[in-house]
Design a binder for this molecule. Structure first.
Ligand SMILES: [Zn+2]
Length: 346
C-alpha cells in the first residue's frame, strides 16, 4: 500500500482528472432507480490508479489488480436484491485519498471498501488482513463485516488469516487516509489487503485474472452476509447469518506496539533428521501469527511458518538437523520476540 507521490505530479494529475474525468463518472444519487430507494449503497474503491501504481512485481501492477477485483466484487454484489454498488474509478485514474470517500459520500454510501494487494519489505509476510476504523460504531461495523470477509478469503479460499486490525498515527487518530476521511464523512469503511503479491506462499492465490475475479467474488459474499442479503439468481438467503458483535469502543483501539510477551522453547529433540519442538508464544494484546527458527544461534533464519495453534503451546516439526534451536515468535502486527537458544542432543 504505497501512497507517497510527488506533490507536483499529484496536482497535475488532479487538474487533468478534473478536466478529463468529471465527478459524474460515479452515477449521481438522482440516477438511482426510484423503486430501489431503500437499497443498501456500497462504494468499492480500487486502490491506487494512474501514476500511483501501488505494489509491483513482474507482470502485476497493484492498481490493475485492484480494479479487476473491485469490478468482480461489484458484479457479484449486483446479483443480490436491495443493493446498489458504485466504484470510485472504472478506469486508470488517479484519485486522492480525500476524493475517494467524498465520492462515497456523494451517493450516500452505507459502506466504503478500499481494495488492495499487499507487499512488504522484506517479503516475508503472507496472508489476508482487513484494516478498520479505530473508534465507535465504525469499529464495530468494520469488525463484524471484516470478519465475514476474512471467513471467505481465509476459511473458504485458504489464505492465511492475518486478522482485523487498526492503526493509529502519532496523534492517536486513524493512520490510513481513506479510513480517516471516510470516518470524517460518517461512512463506515475498511481496507481489504487480499494477499502479499511478493511472497511465494500467496502467489497461487492471485496469479491469474480468474483468481483476481474470484477474490472480488469472495469479498462480495462476505459483504452480502454482513448486510443479510438474498439472491434469487444465486439461490442464497443470508438474512440470518450470524455476525461477530463487538462493543463500539469509546477510545481509539491502538495497534499492538509491543512484541509477544512469551517466546520460549518448552521441549526440543532430534529424531530421524528432524527436530520436534514444543514452542510457547503468547501476547495479551494480539494473536500469534508466525514463527521462524535458526539452527545456527540466530545467524540465519527460516521462512515464516504459520502458528497453527489456537493456544499458547504449539508442537512443530522442523525438517532439518542441527545442534541448537532458537525461535522467534511473531504477533499480529509482525513484531517478534526471540527465545533462548536450546542445545539439542539425540
Ligand atoms: Zn495498496
Amino acid at each position: 500500500m504505497k501512497y507517497k507521490r510527488k506533490i507536483i505530479t499529484g496536482l497535475t494529475a488532479a487538474l487533468l482528472f478534473a478536466v478529463a474525468v468529471p465527478f459524474c463518472t460515479l452515477a449521481a444519487p438522482a440516477e438511482k432507480n426510484p423503486q430501489a430507494a431503500q437499497d443498501i449503497v456500497v462504494v468499492i474503491d480500487p486502490g491506487h490508479g494512474g501514476s500511483n501504481i501501488g505494489g509491483q512485481i513482474p507482470g502485476v501492477d497493484e492498481k490493475n489488480a485492484t480494479l479487476v477485483t473491485a469490478l468482480a466484487m461489484k458484479e457479484e454484489l449486483e446479483k443480490y436484491e436491495g443493493i446498489t454498488v458504485y466504484l470510485t474509478r472504472y478506469g486508470d485514474q488517479e484519485l486522492s485519498l480525500a476524493e475517494r470517500p467524498r465520492l462515497a459520500k456523494a451517493v450516500n454510501a452505507d459502506f466504503f471498501f478500499s481494495i488492495h494487494y499487499n507487499k512488504a519489505v522484506p517479503n516475508r509476510l503472507y496472508g489476508a488482513e482487513v484494516w478498520i476504523p479505530s473508534l465507535g460504531e465504525n469499529y464495530a461495523k468494520g469488525y463484524a463485516c471484516g470478519d465475514l470477509i476474512l471467513n471467505e478469503l481465509c476459511d473458504t479460499y485458504g489464505l492465511y488469516r492475518r486478522g482485523i486490525k487498526t492503526k493509529l498515527n502519532d496523534k492517536g487518530t486513524d493512520y490510513y487516509g481513506v479510513i480517516k476521511n471516510a470516518t470524517a464523512l460518517g461512512i463506515p469503511s475498511m481496507i481489504i489487503e487480499h494477499c502479499h503479491i511478493d511472497n511465494e506462499v500467496d502467489v497461487p492465490f492471485f496469479n491469474s485474472p480468474e483468481k483476481l475475479v474470484l477474490l472480488g467474488r469472495l469479498d462480495a459474499t462476505g459483504v452480502a452476509k454482513y448486510f443479510g442479503l438474498k439472491s434469487e439468481v444465486l439461490g442464497v438467503d443470508y438474512s440470518s447469518v450470524p455476525k461477530t458483535v463487538v462493543a463500539a469502543p469509546t477510545s481509539a483501539v491502538s495497534q499492538d506496539l509491543t512484541p509477544p510477551e512469551t517466546a520460549d522453547i518448552l521441549t526440543a529433540s532430534k529424531a530421524d533428521g528432524k527436530i520436534i519442538a514444543t514452542l510457547q508464544g503468547s501476547d495479551s494484546q494480539s494473536s500469534i501469527l508466525y514463527y521462524d527458527y535458526s539452527l545456527d544461534g540466530g545467524l540465519t533464519w527460516s521462512i515464516l511458518h504459520k502458528w497453527d495453534s489456537a493456544g499458547v503451546a504449539n508442537t512443530v516439526t522442523i525438517p532439518a538437523d542441527g545442534d541448537s534451536l532458537t525461535v522467534r515468535i511473531y504477533n499480529q502486527y509482525d513484531l517478534a520476540s526471540q527465545s533462548r537458544t536450546v542445545v539439542l542432543t539425540k
